[in-house]
Design a protein around this ligand. Structure first.
Ligand code: PGA
Length: 256
């Protein structure tokens, strides 16, 4: 069985003191938790402080974004290597807010994925359709384009360590969750794309998370679906109790 991955994307929230306090609460709330792989993605400016708080705990740390170049004149950006040296083990790649608010292209997502792999970070590649695209019946087409572009030129051996997060854009931060059934179908479709690119064995080993208004009330139902291998949690990860409750739901699932 694939190990469930429960990740918290803090987005542009938490000042230094708040970030430390949340990390301390997670440390206390999740001490001794076994089963799911757990990580939080704080803003890069507090990443090293959060990583320090969480050292030696079951909670890993990741960056929300990286640039694909290793260094140079890219004002305001951070490289994969920098994120890693600040304590990140993971990085989100192509989150929908990066794509839709900041104009990140499929090609950038591909370059960032390769850069993350080169630096030894575990990439979490986010894909998902907008409401308009879903209403137009273009969900599969969009997801296919995003997945294929993201993994262009990536070898099977490297792809095996990549996590994909399916996040329908209309479900992010809206309180609307895709039904477990509809989500499962898209996950199966993504896995079939991965199988086509990397072979069945690699595709079966890869984890596909769901993201979009995941919360304690729906976590268990989502995680019970075959092929949903974890959750990428935004809003509900900003509160220690709700994030811990989601991890607990995943731990319960992992034991079944
Ligand atoms: P949400 O965000 O849980 O607040 O919908 C999820 C995400 O954007 O990763």
């Amino acid at each position: 069985m694939r190990k469930l991955a429960v990740f918290g994307n803090w987005k542009m929230n938490k000042l230094l003191g708040e970030a430390r306090a949340l990390a301390q609460s997670l440390k206390a709330g999740l001490a001794g938790t076994t089963g799911p792989e757990i990580a939080v993605f704080p803003p890069s400016v507090v990443l090293s402080a959060v990583a320090r708080e969480l050292r030696g705990t079951p909670v890993g740390v990741g960056a929300q974004n990286i640039h694909y170049e290793p260094g140079g004149a890219f004002t305001g950006e951070i490289s994969a290597e920098m994120a890693r040296s600040a304590g990140a083990q993971y990085t989100l790649i192509g989150h929908s807010e990066r794509r839709h608010v900041f104009g990140e292209t499929d090609q950038w997502v591909n370059l960032k994925l390769k850069s993350a792999l080169e630096a030894g970070l575990v990439p979490v590649v986010c894909v998902g359709e907008t409401l308009q695209q879903r209403e137009d019946g273009a969900t599969r087409e969009v997801v296919q384009r995003q997945v294929q572009a993201a993994f262009e030129g990536v070898e099977s051996a490297q792809a095996a360590g990549v996590i994909v997060a399916y996040e329908p854009v209309w479900a992010i931060g809206t309180g609307k969750t895709a039904t477990a059934q509809a989500t499962q179908e898209v996950h199966a479709f993504i896995r079939s794309l991965l199988a086509g690119a990397f072979g069945e064995e690699t595709a079966q080993a890869m984890r596909i998370q769901y993201g979009g208004s995941a919360k304690p009330a729906n976590a268990a139902e989502l995680l019970a679906q075959e092929g949903i291998d974890g959750l990428l949690v935004g809003g509900a990860s900003l509160d220690a109790d709700s994030f811990c409750a989601i991890v607990t739901a995943a731990a319960g699932q992992a034991q079944q």
